[in-house]
Write a new protein. Structure first.
Length: 455
């Protein structure tokens, strides 16, 4: 009864006050609704890579927040590999349990091996937000097959953060010191020649035999056992020897000449020529800048993490036989931006608007140009490739052309396995050869048995 009387008094006061209102007052209504967007927050995750992280943190997030005053973005970076809990491990654990970030960028193998799409963890993207009439319209704006890992049943679940293939970087100061001519920038060098050059470059202590400089660096080493870099180093070689995958017609097939020869190259670089040592390498970029390593295959992002004064050359990815175009085989991989499927429609749209702001829409070249010039990551949309600014960059930094030309001169495709069970078994086979000096045939036999036991 007391609560009812209080409500009645309030009602009467409202009537009295309304009766005292200005008779000349208009009927204009005052909007007292609260705009929920004022409370909006987006959480973004990526792996650690300095120039990439800096671009997001210092350019794209502040600019988006400035144009959307009611939105704040929390940005989290996580080590990609080499830690107790890597980026991919933590991401899968968080997202599969219903949590995780609103937006993240992840490697292509997560789409093919971890089955994020099939598990319903990703929201389908709306092509219209990115300026496209349909999914097909979007796909046609990129090189063939480059977005295939993001598409299921006519829907697209990711957009390129980067599309990468591999070229060979070599240290010009080291080449000059040893007196080695620079590599051909158009025709690939043979692996045999790379080994010969590596032997000339490698330096060891006369007493301890410990290396002070290595001729070649694979992308994996003792304190950076990245599954992706084992695979990205291995698959081009396997394909150059004529075998596309470790399975043939759905059956494990690693007791083959192509597979033996591929493992033999890792064995020879480590133990025969002794130009690679996984215990010597400490840092992907600093070792190259400090002349501790001289050659490595990497993507166009590599120079952005080097010391500014580092002098480098770029050559096509080495091949088994430079005189046989059939051996011109390389891999591609990508990182895709995605949106969490657990978001409501309004927040999912906001997340996609942030991606469109950062990546650009159809016909826009400004965003991919910025990423290419400042971070060295390639987002090869039509507007970007046809822009005069792109031509200016290529003419100024001619080494970048290697990565564009590779898609024309090599057979380039995604690799099939890396962090899944067959991929991890393959990594163990490579480790047996590199770390334990087991013969390629013996290691291949063990791998064949492992693969046969997998479901």
């Amino acid at each position: 009864m007391k609560y009812f009387l209080q409500r009645l008094v309030v009602f009467c006061l409202v009537l009295i006050l309304s009766g005292c209102s200005n008779p000349n007052q208009t009927d204009e209504k005052i909007d007292t609704t609260i705009d929920d967007s004022q409370q909006k927050k987006l959480v973004v995750w990526t792996h650690e890579f300095p120039s990439f992280n800096e671009g997001i943190q210092k350019k794209w997030i502040p600019e988006f927040e400035a144009s959307h005053p009611s939105v704040t973005i929390e940005y989290v970076t996580i080590p990609y590999s080499g830690e107790v809990v890597s980026f991919d491990t933590r991401l899968l654990a968080e997202v599969s349990s219903g949590g995780g970030p609103d937006i993240w960028a992840m490697a292509s193998f997560n789409f093919t091996e971890e089955k994020y799409i099939e598990a319903g963890l990703l929201a389908p993207l709306d092509p219209a937000i990115f300026g496209y009439a349909s999914v097909d319209d979007l796909l046609n704006d990129y090189p063939p097959n480059s977005l295939s890992v993001f598409v299921r049943d006519g829907k697209i679940y990711g957009l390129l953060n980067e599309l990468t293939t591999l070229c060979l970087f070599y240290n010009l100061d080291v080449f000059d010191e040893v007196g080695i001519p620079y590599l051909d920038s158009e025709k690939p060098t043979s692996w045999q020649e790379i080994a010969r050059i590596g032997e000339q470059i490698t330096q060891r202590d006369e007493i301890t035999d410990e290396p002070s400089r290595l001729g070649y660096q694979f992308g994996f080493f003792a304190n950076y056992p990245s599954p992706q870099w084992y695979i990205q180093n291995f698959y081009p070689i396997l394909r150059q020897y004529g075998q596309n995958d470790i399975y043939i017609n759905v059956k494990p097939s690693v007791e083959t000449e192509a597979f033996y020869n591929s493992l033999q190259l890792f064995y020879d670089f480590t133990h025969t020529y002794r130009i690679y040592d996984p215990y010597f390498i400490k840092d992907w970029f600093a070792d190259f800048s400090n002349n501790r390593t001289a050659m490595v295959t990497a993507g166009p992002w590599f120079p952005s993490a080097l010391q500014p004064e580092t002098r480098f050359g770029v050559a096509p990815h080495p091949v088994v036989n430079p005189d046989d175009p059939e051996t011109y085989q390389n891999i591609m991989y990508s990182f895709g931006w995605v949106v969490n499927a657990n978001l409501d429609d309004e927040k999912s749209q906001l997340a996609q608007e942030f991606l469109a702001f950062m990546l650009g829409k159809k016909g826009e070249a400004e965003q991919p140009l910025w990423w290419f010039e400042n971070v060295g990551i390639l987002q090869p949309r039509t507007a970007f490739l046809q822009s005069p600014e792109y031509e200016t960059i290529i003419n100024r930094d001619s080494w970048m052309k290697c990565f564009i030309d590779t898609f024309d001169t090599y057979e380039v495709d995604y690799y099939q396995h890396s962090s899944d069970k067959p991929g991890m078994a393959l990594i163990r086979a490579i480790d047996r050869v590199v770390y334990n000096e087991i013969s390629p045939k013996d290691s291949a036999e063990l791998l064949q048995n492992e693969l046969l036991l997998l479901p």
